[in-house]
Design a protein around this ligand. Structure first.
Ligand SMILES: [Zn+2]
Length: 264
């Protein structure tokens, strides 16, 4: 009963805030209900209602106190692990991914030499690959950090081969690739033939424990702006990956969108 009344207040406050273009009414309403004004909850609710699909909203609004506690944990992590990089949120040419670590000579299977990853991401990946190898799995890194210039070359190459319209469904324009963050790995085939393999099923089940999440899931092409990529995983920290699973139907894009709005 109590949690219902809290939710009702949050929703009422939100409704009034939206309807009256101001928080004064919401504050008055909370005061009339003799409850302290929870500014954080109002802020969360307004982002949730305006940006997330309806089926995702209830889980957050009904569990506001738990959500706030989990959010506080995620906000303790470095913000660069949650930067949105897509076609509407471009990284600059000089975006700094932090310290990069070479993958060669580290006991990791790679499909080419010279690849690098952001240091924390590398450490999480190393642990994940070591554990997966113990289970007899064969995961290989096929792509990692890609700088802006590399993406310019790659994007232009695809356009010359497939045309711009087709290219835009699977390749990022410069600045729009998560790979520029240094926190992303493409595994094995870099094709959806990867889906259903025991390696892919293991990642689907376990990657979150190491802080990784699938960036472009099946069925969310219109949300992420990219075709399904069963092989493309981004490091979002363990707390971030849990947060994503718990409240955002495990859809990375919605979590990143929420965090971006909350911070700004
Ligand atoms: Zn990728």
């Amino acid at each position: 009963m109590r949690s219902f009344s809290k939710l009702a207040i949050v929703l009422l406050a939100l409704f009034l805030a939206l309807a009256c273009h101001g928080k004064e009414k919401a504050v008055q309403q909370a005061a009339a209900a003799e409850e302290p004004v929870d500014e954080v909850a109002i802020r969360i609710a307004s982002i949730v209602v305006s940006q997330l699909p309806e089926d995702m909203q209830g889980n957050i609004l009904d569990n506001m106190e738990a959500f706030k506690a989990d959010l506080a944990g995620v906000l303790e992590e470095e913000s660069r692990f949650f930067i949105i990089a897509d076609k509407t949120h471009l990284l600059t040419e000089d975006y700094n991914p932090g310290e990069l670590v070479a993958l060669d000579g580290k006991g990791i299977r790679v499909n080419k030499k010279g690849m690098k990853l952001e240091k924390t991401t590398f450490e999480a990946l190393k642990k994940m690959l070591d554990d997966s190898a113990k289970e007899g799995l064969s995961l290989m890194v096929s792509s990692a950090y890609r700088d802006y210039k590399y993406q310019v070359g790659l994007y232009n190459y695809y356009i010359s081969k497939y045309g711009k319209e087709k290219t835009d469904t699977f390749s990022a324009p410069p600045g729009a690739s998560q790979h520029q963050l240094g926190t992303v790995i493409d595994f094995n085939d870099v094709e959806n033939t990867f889906a259903g393999t025991k390696e892919e099923r293991w990642l689907t089940e376990n990657a979150w424990k190491y802080g990784f999440s699938l960036s472009f899931p099946k069925g969310y092409e219109s949300v992420t702006g990219y075709d399904w990529e069963s092989w493309h995983f981004r490091y979002v920290t363990r707390r971030g990956a849990e947060f994503q699973k718990k409240y955002f139907n495990n859809i990375q894009h919605y979590m990143l969108l929420f965090l971006d709005s909350y911070r700004n």
